[in-house]
Design a protein around this ligand. Sequence first.
Ligand SMILES: [Zn+2]
Ligand SMILES: [Zn+2]
Length: 145
Amino acid sequence: MSESAGAAPGPVASGHCMCGGVAYEVHGPIRQVWNCHCWRCRRWTGHFMAASGCERSDLRLISDDSLAWHHPADDPNVAYGFCRECGGSLFWKVIEGEHHQIGTISICAGTLDPPTGLHTELAIFVDDAADYHALDPAVPTENRE
Ligand SMILES: [Zn+2]
Ligand SMILES: [Zn+2]
């Protein structure tokens, strides 16, 4: 019934971890990059999380061979997705509830294949930023998600 006889439209973006054990495509709108300086993202990434994101239904896992999820003990309703082989940080999501990001998934922007065409739009939880880190004055800040 489709008017286009060709293949389905390609992904908007693609990416993978360092070893390739986790690889994905984004088949829908992709968000600009937010830097999250909250203490969890700081500890998890070793610096801060620079994350793009998309609707969960638009993320297609091409390989999830080594994808694992960490649920913080004091907030098991969020999950951090990483590669258990190379240790790469890849995803963040809320599991359930009314949270404004319930339908979306954050994607660590450094795992996207370049050129991303994205820019850094916002820095959040800046009060938790590491004291050695100079926030970019060109990036708007918020102290919340
Ligand atoms: Zn990996
Ligand atoms: Zn965070």
